[in-house]
Write a protein of this length. Structure first.
Ligand code: ADP
Ligand code: MG
Length: 701
């Protein structure tokens, strides 16, 4: 590539060690290359000079020509600032400076004609400009005659203090472009450039910083997004191949007795086609000789447990131990119960290990696991403690993967000399674009079909004013024999306040639903495990009509008779959480309902979320909407990975381009895995450079 790009930024004129330091700290700019790829986030047209009376509030930038008619220092030592009147023939407007006062006093002259440029703000009912760009007007450099389109670079307070506001950055950028001149090299082969009708790299970089025409900006952006996404996909695919090559896995070659017996004699229902397909995918991984690393996505209620169980039986038939790790005790319990029930006819022991397992029981489990006698262990993160020593763990299943940290998962991974096969199950659908990047080194299986006979949950949004109607509806449903969840959100960071919110709600509910006619359970995170268990069991057994709780019931809890889910302050929940909660109902044969209660005032985003919930029950659609509303930054695990620190592409807006580049990358590596072909050498060189810079973000699970 071009070694000039590795030059430290201090080689630019006017960038001394101090400026270099803030540039690196505030904007990650250390060498020429970093600066070159620091793109404007918007563009303004400076070809036009406005008149003062035209200044308005539509949040755009204005360029004005005029004179300073007065200049006043205001305020005392700490609040000192300068205000000036700037006037043209049509009127005058205030300019305010809080910094650089000395410079202003020494340089701004009343007779000189100036060009100012900035975004007006409103103060005391009139417009003013705070720290506008200001320069002496000169006929030759009349902005209307030169480059009219100007990129706006993002800057920070600190950068501005060092003269590196938008203007300052543009200035060093111009210097850099002059310096680089023709030496900007191409990083894509010709055949790709012509096939996709792309601009050259050099032209794209020139136009992204100093566009000659508006139409060229979009072309430049497309080209640079293409680069970014294409090389990201290349890296991901190659990384996956490297990991695969390295991780030999146990070969589960036989279909044995347990699986056959279970399949022929104990299957409680016919598998859905999606379940069959996924089990096939898992089986082919398990016998492939390389370690399985698979993400199983399936909406709540899609039947992931059955898939897990059948995978477990394959492992046991091949002489190995297995485990399922769940994020909460309630869930671990539930897995334990359903797996035990499914295995009733099979003479296979299942053990449950959680934080509340008694010492004696725990010791028995430890020794069973160490001797290899115990072959199915279900539990919470208690499973990864050092005292748990598997004899030969062959398959580790992790439920609701986003609840576990990467380190925790890795710990499980290291329990053997050879890593076990890993199946990660999640009910939170991951948008395709994310699956392709953040989870790009996992194989993905999707259960996209619910077991037959499920009725879609009716979802309704009510404002607080309709509460009486909702209470009446709950009573009706209870009369029909159904059970009801009422969920309260996290209101604040303070557990105390959240608990108070829940307990206030609980008191209201008890008032509206008095015993003995109605019985109410309550469940929250602060309760002791056995209290939780007790309350939960009463609800599971149908002894109480209503379960009031915080989001502890969010994941996985399965009670078919509960058919109404009331979510209080629904506007406070995120989309995926709402979807998870709704998944608690609609598990039995009855029509189920999800009622979203909200206060009267909704933010735009809050309103949008509730609309999405009412309009669809498709987890993938909801996940896409969630990504659009929140952006990827908030999604679990994405921030640390750094994979989504795009310079120009957007995971939400550029999904089409991402699919395109993915396909291209796959096709290229399929044909030329080592990138030895003459026309691919340029790709190889570029990748080598990239790989040398990024740490290997190898194994995610
Ligand atoms: P999840 O994917 O949310 O973990 P579960 O495995 O808990 O879903 O399954 C939800 C419910 O559907 C369970 O009661 C399970 O017994 C039932 N179920 C799973 N697969 C089928 C199927 N193929 N046909 C009928 N019911 C099924
Ligand atoms: Mg489940």
């Amino acid at each position: 590539m071009n070694p000039v790009l590795d030059t430290p930024i201090t080689y630019l004129k006017g960038v001394g060690p101090k400026k270099a330091e803030v540039l690196e700290k505030e904007a990650g700019i250390r060498i020429f290359e970093d600066l070159l790829y620091y793109f404007p986030f918007r563009y303004v047209d400076k070809s036009r000079i406005f008149r003062v009376k035209e200044v308005n509030n539509d949040s755009t930038y204005f360029q004005l020509k005029g004179k300073i008619t007065s200049l006043n220092a205001v305020g005392d030592k700490r609040t000192r600032h300068i205000t000036a009147k700037f006037a043209d023939q049509t009127g005058s407007i205030d300019i305010v400076w809080f910094r650089g006062l000395k410079w202003v006093k020494e340089n701004i002259k009343p007779t000189t004609e100036y060009i100012i440029f900035g975004k007006p703000s409103v103060f005391n009912n009139s417009f003013n400009f705070v720290h506008p760009e200001i320069e002496v007007f000169s006929e030759e450099e009349n902005p209307a005659s030169g480059h009219s389109l100007e990129g706006i670079y993002s800057s920070t307070e600190k950068l501005k203090n060092f003269g590196l506001g938008n203007r300052g950055i543009a200035k060093i950028m111009r210097q850099l472009m002059l310096l680089l001149g023709d030496s900007i090299s191409e990083n894509l082969p010709d055949y790709i450039i012509s096939r996709f009708g792309l601009m050259s790299e050099k032209s794209a970089l020139q136009n992204i910083h100093f566009p000659k025409k508006t139409s060229l900006i979009a072309k430049a952006q497309t080209r640079l997004k293409f680069d970014e996404l294409f090389y990201l996909q290349m890296q991901i695919i190659l990384n996956k191949k490297i990991t695969e090559r390295k991780s030999a896995g146990f070969v589960f070659g036989t279909v044995g007795e347990y699986l056959n017996d279970f399949y022929s004699n104990h299957l409680p229902f016919e598998l859905t086609n999606a379940q069959k397909r996924v089990i096939k995918e898992i089986r082919s991984d398990l016998k492939s000789g390389r370690q399985m690393n698979r993400l199983l996505q399936g909406d709540v209620g899609s039947g992931k447990t059955m898939v897990a169980l059948m995978s477990i039986l394959i492992a046991i038939d091949n002489g190995f131990q297995t485990c399922i790790m769940a994020p909460t005790e309630i869930l671990a319990n539930q897995h334990y119960n359903s797996i035990t029930k499914l295995l009733r006819g099979l003479r296979l022991d299942v053990a449950l290990l959680t934080g509340s397992t008694k010492k004696k029981e725990r010791e028995i489990i430890h020794s069973g696991i160490e001797s290899g006698e115990l072959r199915i262990l279900i539990g919470t993160h208690a499973l990864v403690e050092d005292t748990v020593k598997f004899k030969n763990l062959g398959l580790a299943i992790i439920d609701e993967q986003h609840r576990f940290g990467v380190a925790q998962r890795a710990k499980l991974w290291k329990k053997n000399l050879k890593p076990p096969h890993v199946l990660v199950m999640t009910a939170t659908p991951i948008p395709r674009t994310l699956a392709m990047t953040v989870y790009g080194n996992l194989d993905v299986s999707i259960i996209d079909e619910l077991p037959p006979g499920r009725k879609a949950v009716k979802t309704i949004h009510f404002f607080e004013s309709k509460r009486l109607r909702v209470l009446g509806f709950i009573k009706e449903q209870i009369k029909l024999g159904r059970q009801v969840y009422i969920v309260y959100p996290l209101i604040s960071e303070s557990e105390k306040l959240d608990l108070k919110n829940l307990m206030d709600g609980f008191a209201n509910i008890q008032h509206d639903f008095p015993p003995p006619e109605y019985l109410v359970s309550v469940l929250h995170g602060k309760m002791k495990a056995d209290e939780k268990d007790y309350e939960m069991r009463r609800f599971v057994e149908g002894k109480t009509n209503i379960l009031v709780s915080t989001t502890v019931i969010e994941v996985g809890v399965d009670i078919p008779n509960a058919s109404v889910m009331i979510i209080e302050n629904a506007e406070r929940f995120g989309l995926s959480q709402l979807h998870q909660l709704r998944g608690r109902v609609g598990r039995g044969a009855d029509q189920s309902y999800c009622i979203l209660m909200s206060g009267p005032k909704l933010s735009n985003e809050g309103r949008k979320r509730l609309e999405v919930m009412v309009s669809t029950s498709d987890g993938f659609v909801i996940a896409e909407e969630d990504l659009k509303l929140r952006g990827p930054g908030d999604l679990q695990g994405t921030r640390q990975s750094g994979l989504l620190d795009f310079k120009i592409a957007s995971i939400t807006k550029d999904s089409e381009l991402m699919f395109k580049t993915r396909k291209l990358a796959e096709a290229i590596l399929e044909k030329d895995p080592r990138l030895n072909d003459g026309h691919n050498i340029i790709i190889r060189r570029h990748l080598q450079k990239k790989f040398s810079k990024t740490a290997n973000w190898g194994k995610i699970s």
